[in-house]
Design a protein around this ligand. Structure first.
Ligand code: ADP
Ligand code: MG
Length: 292
């Protein structure tokens, strides 16, 4: 791509995640903005090179619903990924400033995420595995793009203990938390949970009453396994939205609606007149909550 790290000037920190820090950078000559994700790797050189190779393969994805990766660099034990800059951050950031997102705009978001998933699943045959609000990025044009796909699979073994952080587990499907096989349907489960969280304004699973939040991963896994899946309350949402959510949140993966079918779902049809411009207006009017 011709990009080199030396030509990128750091402007500020955009966010911090489970794997590393994301910086906003500007290219010295072109003044183009990028987001650079720096992941510290405490592993062998040979292993690091293998990981970088796999990340580069992911970097070849060219789709308007997937965040572009412009390059992957290895330096001083870090992996740096130069990513397309999404100027409104992630859906996690959006939720911090608006708490809930109205249904008609969720449809606009959902449509784009489904298009991105369809591409990942059908064209490059990868399961995202880590779909969550912080991995869905938005910009001021109302575009929504998927990021960090396959990264968790590639990096999972190397990041080590950091990965036990509960945030990486809560959107996992029952078959995944059980440690069994997972497939494309696992991403559909995660999408359903993300949309429901955006609609309700809180994560749909609640910790057992007596404890303050989730004490550990096992407690959550236990609840996901034993409880019936969460639903969208019928008195607050349209029947189409409720049915869309239940189609995603079926505990048995083979009963979940496929990405291709979800794209034809009545929920998207109901709100088909809403566009990215409507989403852009909503997002651009939000006052950012204090940076994490
Ligand atoms: P997580 O592990 O929670 O997904 P990440 O390190 O991937 O954390 O991202 C953390 C935050 O950095 C996101 O919530 C978002 O605010 C910001 N971010 C990540 N990638 C980009 C990008 N390409 N453009 C703009 N902001 C980004
Ligand atoms: Mg991420």
């Amino acid at each position: 791509s011709g990009l080199s790290l030396e030509d990128l000037e750091t402007i500020r920190v955009l966010g911090r995640g489970t794997g590393g820090v994301v910086h906003l950078v500007s290219h010295m000559w072109t003044r183009e903005l990028y987001a650079v994700k720096v992941i510290p790797m405490r592993i062998e050189e040979r292993e690091r090179k293998q990981i970088a190779r796999e990340l580069k393969i992911n970097g070849r994805v060219q789709n308007e619903f997937v965040v572009v990766c412009h390059g992957v660099f290895l330096e001083n034990g870090n992996i740096s990924m130069v990513l397309e800059y999404m100027d409104r951050g992630s859906l996690a950031d959006v939720l911090r400033s608006c708490r809930t997102i109205p249904e008609h705009l969720l449809a606009v978001i959902c449509k784009q995420v489904l298009e991105g998933l369809l591409h990942l699943h059908q064209e490059i045959h990868v399961i995202h595995r880590d779909l969550k609000p912080s991995n869905l990025l938005v910009n001021s044009r109302g575009q929504v793009k998927i990021t960090d796909f396959g990264v968790s699979a590639v990096l999972g073994s190397s990041i080590g203990q950091q990965n036990t952080f509960i945030g990486t587990y809560i959107y996992m499907s029952p078959e995944r938390v059980r440690g069994g096989l997972h497939s494309y349907d696992s991403d559909v489960w995660s999408l359903g949970l993300v949309l429901l969280e955006c609609a309700l304004g809180y994560f749909p699973y609640v910790a057992p009453a007596q404890s303050e939040g989730w004490r550990n991963v096992y407690e959550l896994v236990d609840v996901i396994e034993r409880q019936p899946p969460p639903v969208a309350p019928r008195d607050q949402f349209s029947p189409e939205f409720c049915s869309f959510i239940s189609g995603c949140l079926r505990k048995e993966p083979t009963y979940r609606i496929s990405v291709a079918e979800l794209l034809q779902h009545p929920f998207l049809r109901r709100y088909r007149t809403y566009t990215r411009e409507h989403l852009a207006t909503f997002i651009n009017e939000l006052v950012p909550s204090s940076v994490s």
